[in-house]
Design a protein around this ligand. Sequence first.
Ligand code: NAD
Length: 357
Amino acid sequence: MRILVTGGAGFIGSALVRHLVGEVGAEVLTVDKLTYAGNLASLKVIENAPNHRFARIDICDRAALDEAIASFRPTRIMHLAAESHVDRSITGAADFITTNINGTFTLLEAARAYWSTLPAAEMQEFRFLHVSTDEVYGSLGPDGFFREDTPYDPSSPYSASKAASDHLAIAWHRTYGLPVVVSNCSNNYGPYHFPEKLIPLIILNALDGKPLPVYGDGSNVRDWLYVEDHARALNLIASRGRLGEKYNVGGRNERSNIDVVRRICRTLDAVRPAAAPREQLITFVTDRPGHDHRYAIDASKLETELGWRAEQTFETGIERTIAWYLENDWWWGPLRSGVYGGERLGVLPAAAARTGA
Ligand code: NAD
């Protein structure tokens, strides 16, 4: 199996590449532009693996994609490259439109050109997995779950750009017969998570004794999935998912943001008691514009059709994650002191003025 993974230097992409190279034993070509979110240090554990290569490529660059695909001859493309942070999409959506929509279009066209030249048996075997988010479905009330047939209703520039890319991927299957499968996953957390996202930001601020920013009243609910459970799901969906179908991925681990933050504080207080109680660092800040209230995934299609189960509960996954951040400041230290120091992103000037923030 030769697998081309786009976005393989990012958070989920690197977990997938480590899984495919280290555990599955596939030949992997990681394709990544190395934006602020891409980091080759996340692939350090496999840097000497003979079955892994890296190519710095922008997925909007058709010629570079054609060349990489022609020389690697993938049996699968797993597409994770994206601009992924909602707050950054609020401040400036241009890169999200360029990479998530135009980049996906460019990659689909490069994949289609390559696939259409393959001998019949290889054509049959080829798969294109488009990796997406549950945020395309919009916001839930207190009840109910996102299913694969839930209508799309995205709220942020990020989720709207991902919704567009999902439609392109499915259209390339229906129109051109490209063997596409789509996955829509809930919020991930775990090792190598860029510290702009809630869980690593709270862990690192709590370790530094800095304020722990919680948007609004902290009641927004997310359905958390440990990233290595997601990586296994992606391999399964790419291997055995039905063509033209979507699969929701989620761990049945709904938690409000404030509960997540309190949990991190309690765990850190237990292992580093000198700075306890860290809950006193919690600071409620202006809510995110267009903040979806609740996400929750019904993953029964993936569970019953493909036999996937999340191995980590939120409790076991968050313990592992915190332990990883405590042991791996070589990875996050340079990011916190360089690319991103923890400042607030995604506040609109008008909203800031209204609230006095
Ligand atoms: P990430 O931001 O950590 O990583 C994205 C990677 O894509 C980075 O390595 C970056 O360098 C690369 N990239 C960005 N623009 C590129 C371009 N033009 N060409 C090539 N590479 C480019 O994101 P993530 O959290 O790992 O998410 C990966 C995928 O999974 C995304 O498609 C995202 O929408 C989806 N997803 C994320 C979550 C989540 O909770 N993080 C949940 C569900 C789905």
